[in-house]
Design a binder for this molecule. Structure first.
Ligand code: NAP
Length: 499
C-alpha cells in the first residue's frame, strides 16, 4: 500500500506539513496519494541511522549482502501489477516499458549480488617481503541517491546507483523523485521487507519524500554523508557537485547528466542505405518520447544532394510517428521551450514536425537543420532538448566535421554510420570522438544501454562529473569504494579474504 510517508529505516514517518501529489500525465489529473515531504529532523535521523548501520553493514559478508540483494529483487517482483499500474499512472509510459524496466532493475540487483558473492571484486592485493602490504577496496560510507524522472525503476529507488552502493557495503538514503513518489515508495517498501527478512541493520536504507530541492541540499551537505549518486539534468547535477565540493569535508558526486549524443553518417553509408538509416533514426529519436539520456540529438554529415534527401526523409519519417505522452507537464513545457530556443537560432530551420493536433502533455516530434558554420559559432545549438528532437548539421567538409567533434562538450555516446570503404579514413574521426564520449557505437543506435560488464555509461563533463567511472554495469560499484592498505599486520587481525 502507498502511504505517502517517508521510510526512515524500517519506520514510516510523516512529521512534516508540506504535502504534494504525483500527476497522471495522460489524464492530466493528480493521483490520489498525498506525499509528506521529509522534515529536517527526519533527514537527520535517516542519515544518523545510515551512519550507524555502516558500522555493521560494511563488515557483513559478501554472501549475506548478496542474499539481501536477491531478496530485494524478489520483493520488488512480488509487488506484481500494483507496481506496474502505479508506474504507468505516474509516468504515462506503457505497460511494456514498465515491465521491461522492472526486468532490468531486477537484473541489475541480481547481477551485483552475483558479483559480491566472492570478495574478488575488492581486488585484494599483497606486495612486499613477508606479505608486508595488503590492499583491498573498502566502502565509503552512507550514500545519497537522486533518481531521474525518466527511469522510475532502473535509475531510481532500487536502481543502478542504489544496487551498486548496497553491494559495495554502503547504506543508502534515497531522495525520492517527486514525479514518481508512489512507485518509489512501493520499491522502498520492498527493500524494507528484504532488510527485515535477511537481518540487515536498521537504517541501511531510507527513502525521503521531497518536491523541491531543500531535502536534497540538506542531504548533500550532511557531514555524515560520504558520497552522492545523481541521474538527471546538467543543472541539477552541477548544483549538487558544487555544493558537495564546498563542504568542509568535500565528497564525491557521481552525476550522470544530459547529452546530445552525436551521430556521424558518411556519404558511403547514405549511398548504401539512406532510407533504412532514416527509418531507424526516426524510431530511435522518438523511442520513449525521446526521453532518454542517450537520445540521438545531433546528426552530422557532409553537405551533398544525398545528405539533403536523407535529412528530408528523416524529418518526414520522424514527423509521421504517432505523438505520445511525456512524463510530466514540466518536461513537456521544457521540451517546447528548449526546442523553440534551438530552432530560433540564426540559420536554423525546421525540416519537419508532427502535424496532428495533440492532447495535453503529448510531444510533437521535430527535426531541425543548420549549417556546420552556424553550429560551430553558436553553443546554444549544443543544448540538450529532452524529448523527440534532433538537429541535423550540414558540414562543409571533413575538416569542419572534425572541428565540430573536437569542440563538442563531453557526451555519453557517439555513433558512426559507415561502410567498409570508409574504414581506411575513419581513424581521425574515431580518435576525436573518443576524446569527447564514453562509448562509440558503430552502425547502430545510441538508445538502449546494456547492463553488462563491458558497458561504459558515463563520459567527459558534462555527460558525467567523473569520466573515470561508469554508472551502468558491474564496474559501477567502483564509485562507492576507496583503496585501503594494511601494513605489517599479523594474520589474525586481517579480514579472511586478505589472509
Ligand atoms: P532533474 O530535474 O535534474 O532532477 C533529478 C533530481 O535531482 C530530482 O529529484 C530533483 O529534485 C533533484 N534536483 C534537481 N536540481 C537540484 C538542485 N539544484 N538541488 C537539489 N536537487 C536537485 O532531472 P530529471 O528531469 O529527473 O531527468 C531528466 C534529465 O536526466 C535529462 O537531462 C536526461 O538526459 C538526464 N538523464 C541522464 C541519464 C544518465 O545516465 N546520464 C539517465 C537518465 C536521464 P526536485 O525535482 O525535487 O527539484
Amino acid at each position: 500500500m502507498i502511504t505517502g510517508k517517508n521510510y526512515i529505516g524500517n519506520a514510516l514517518s510523516a512529521k512534516g506539513e508540506m504535502t504534494y501529489q504525483t500527476l497522471n500525465p495522460k489524464l492530466n489529473v493528480a493521483n490520489a496519494t498525498s506525499f509528506t515531504e521529509a522534515t529536517s529532523e527526519e533527514i537527520d535521523l535517516a542519515v544518523a541511522l545510515a551512519y550507524q548501520a555502516f558500522d555493521t553493514y560494511q563488515h557483513i559478508s559478501g554472501e549475506k549482502r548478496a542474499a539481501f540483494m536477491h531478496a530485494i529483487a524478489d520483493e520488488i517482483e512480488a509487488l506484481g501489477d500494483t507496481l506496474v499500474t502505479t508506474y504507468m499512472s505516474e509516468t504515462g509510459l506503457p505497460e511494456g516499458r514498465a515491465k521491461g524496466e522492472r526486468g532490468r532493475t531486477l537484473g541489475q540487483l541480481r547481477m551485483f549480488a552475483d558479483l559480491i558473492k566472492t570478495e574478488d571484486w575488492r581486488n585484494p592485493t599483497i606486495s612486499g617481503e613477508a606479505n608486508e602490504l595488503r590492499q583491498y577496496l573498502m566502502p565509503l560510507g552512507p550514500v545519497v541517491v537522486f533518481g531521474a524522472s525518466n527511469f522510475p525503476l532502473a535509475y531510481s529507488t532500487a536502481g543502478g546507483d542504489t544496487a551498486s552502493a548496497l553491494a559495495a557495503g554502503c547504506p543508502v538514503i534515497v531522495k525520492s523523485h517527486p514525479m514518481h513518489a508512489g512507485t518509489g515508495e512501493l520499491v522502498a517498501s520492498a527493500i524494507q521487507k528484504a532488510v527485515q527478512k535477511t537481518g540487515m541493520p536498521h537504517g541501511v536504507f531510507s527513502n525521503l519524500n521531497s518536491a523541491g530541492i531543500e531535502v536534497g541540499v540538506q542531504l548533500v551537505k550532511h557531514p555524515m554523508v560520504k558520497a552522492v549518486g545523481f541521474t538527471g539534468s546538467i543543472r541539477g547535477g552541477r548544483a549538487l557537485y558544487d555544493l558537495a565540493s564546498q563542504r568542509e569535508e568535500p565528497i564525491p558526486v557521481f552525476a550522470e547528466m544530459g547529452s546530445i549524443n552525436p551521430v556521424i553518417v558518411t556519404q558511403n553509408a547514405l549511398n548504401a542505405r539512406s532510407e533504412e538509416i532514416a527509418q531507424t533514426y526516426a524510431d530511435s529519436i522518438t523511442l520513449g518520447v525521446g526521453q532518454f539520456c542517450t537520445n540521438p540529438g545531433l546528426i552530422l554529415g557532409i553537405k551533398s544532394p544525398e545528405f539533403t534527401t536523407f535529412t528530408q526523409n528523416l524529418g518526414e519519417k520522424t514527423a509521421a510517428i504517432d505523438a505520445n505522452c511525456m512524463l510530466h507537464p514540466n518536461i513537456h513545457t521544457a521540451y517546447e521551450k528548449n526546442g523553440a530556443a534551438v530552432i530560433s537560432q540564426p540559420d536554423t530551420t525546421v525540416v519537419a514536425m508532427h502535424q496532428d493536433t495533440v492532447q495535453e502533455n503529448y510531444a510533437q516530434a521535430k527535426i531541425g537543420t543548420v549549417s556546420g558554420d552556424a553550429f560551430l559559432k553558436n553553443p546554444k545549438l549544443h543544448q540538450e532538448v529532452f524529448g523527440p528532437f534532433s538537429l541535423v548539421v550540414q558540414c562543409d567538409d571533413t575538416q569542419q566535421l572534425l572541428q565540430i567533434i573536437s569542440q563538442l562538450e563531453g557526451q555519453l555516446t557517439g555513433t558512426i554510420l559507415a561502410e567498409q570503404e570508409d574504414y581506411k579514413d575513419l581513424s581521425p574521426l574515431i580518435e576525436r570522438l573518443q576524446n569527447r564520449v564514453g562509448r562509440i557505437i558503430f552502425n547502430g543506435v545510441p538508445t538502449g544501454v546494456a547492463v553488462v560488464d563491458a558497458m561504459t555509461h558515463g563520459g567527459p563533463y558534462p555527460a558525467s562529473t567523473d569520466s573515470r567511472f561508469t554508472a551502468v554495469g558491474n564496474q559501477a560499484i567502483k564509485r562507492w569504494v576507496r583503496p585501503f592498505s594494511y601494513q605489517g599486520f599479523p594474520e589474525e587481525l586481517l579480514p579472511a579474504f586478505l589472509k
